[in-house]
Design a protein around this ligand. Structure first.
Ligand code: MG
Length: 381
């Protein structure tokens, strides 16, 4: 038998509570009903500006800090951690991420396993805001992994022993500082060099005067002439470079496709390839792609991009921004299926509140810890 109280609540008559003089039966009695075992997802966040150990210079910018927002999602007594890192070129800021996260209503979701539903909602709220979206995605994945008691590389079925070496980035700087950075990078088997300035050859020669380790090169769209670019790539091959990332502006599609066709080294797209549909567009233009969680809204889409790129016969690199061990450890879960890893973002900062994936003898080393495998070193929440 349906009681009067239940009939009123299920019939939606509680809207009458707003009518003057009406005493809502539902409001007067609802506190006596048994509470559900758990509420919805509870999202919280805190800004955390990252301090860089060295001033970071690229072909088109230079900075000493990176804005960052740390997130957490709580459900049924368990907590997952996430992060949004905002290098200036992505156009997000602590302000924009805070506004985006404040606008979300994750409390409406009572089951954290409804990942498709939850993350589709997050993606639909506003266009762009990819780092903000990634901070929710990562925290949700961490939470789910903890509930299941498994790390994500295991849930995805990857073998942890197949992780690649990670490169360590050497930014553009004076020869003295470059040599100092190369000395600090002694544990790494492969170095990444930022080029795209008039001093490119000097930069490579300076590194080569200190080490004969393999190099990879990131031009960050800095070259504008395809013939000169090809000439430089031939020279780089002689210098032990293994691939070249984003040699020309992302809009110069025909020039990049020509360069890829003629290049003796693989050409990898980074700024050109942000989200899943970009992987299809990159086929035939690049040999491979650089996946970053902050560009692609997080672990769910990164996993889809990896699967798609591999099915198209493309190389995959898993990259990062300057980030804490949170986003780095999240990205590292995908690394066993990637050809190259560039996951040094946490090693470039001096205020990492977490510890997670480790680099052992140059190789990404995943722990058998659930979720994304974080330990809290310095609580910020
Ligand atoms: Mg890059």
């Amino acid at each position: 038998m349906v009681s009067r109280r239940n009939f009123i609540s299920t019939a939606g008559l509680t809207t009458l509570a707003g009518v003057s003089g009406f005493e809502p039966i539902f409001a007067a009695t609802k506190d006596k009903r048994p509470k559900p075992s758990g509420g919805g997802l509870k999202l919280s966040f805190v800004p955390h500006e990252l301090t860089l150990k060295h001033t970071f210079t690229l072909a088109n910018s230079s900075r000493k800090t990176t804005p960052d927002v740390l997130t957490r999602i709580e459900f049924d007594g368990m907590v997952g951690y996430g992060e949004a890192s905002m290098p200036p070129y992505l156009g997000e800021s602590i302000d924009s991420v805070s506004k985006f996260l404040s606008s979300l209503n994750l409390a409406q979701f009572k089951d954290p396993f409804r990942v498709e539903e939850i993350l589709s909602y997050v993606d639909s709220v506003l266009p762009g805001n990819c780092a903000a979206k990634a901070s929710v995605d990562i925290a949700l994945h961490d939470l789910l992994g903890k509930i299941m008691g498994q790390p994500w590389y295991k849930i995805w079925g990857f073998k942890p022993e197949t992780t690649p070496n990670t490169s360590f980035t050497i930014g553009i700087d004076t020869p003295e500082v470059v040599r100092q950075k190369v000395a600090e990078a002694a544990p790494y088997k492969i170095l990444k060099v930022k080029l795209g300035m008039a001093t490119d050859r000097e930069m490579v020669e300076t590194i080569r005067s200190s080490t004969d380790r393999p190099l990879c090169v990131d031009v960050n769209q800095g070259w504008t002439d395809k013939n000169k670019a090809l000439e430089t790539i031939h020279w780089l091959k002689e210098k032990g470079v293994v691939f070249v990332e984003q040699p020309m502006p992302k809009t110069a599609i025909d020039d990049i496709a020509w360069l890829t066709e003629h290049s003796p080294l693989p050409i990898i797209g980074d700024e050109s390839v942000q989200r899943l549909p970009d992987v299809i567009k990159a086929k035939g233009v690049y040999n491979g792609i650089n996946i970053k969680l902050m560009k692609c809204t997080g672990m769910r889409e990164a996993h889809q991009m990896l699967t798609l790129a591999k099915s198209l016969g493309m190389k995959v690199m898993i990259g990062c921004m300057t980030e804490t061990s949170c986003a780095i450890s999240a990205a590292a879960q995908l690394s066993p299926k990637c050809d190259w890893a560039d996951l040094d973002g946490n090693l470039l900062i001096s205020n990492d509140p977490y510890s997670g994936v480790q680099v052992v003898d140059g190789k990404i080393t995943l722990q058998d810890r659930s979720g994304i495998g974080l330990e809290i070193v310095q609580p910020v929440f």
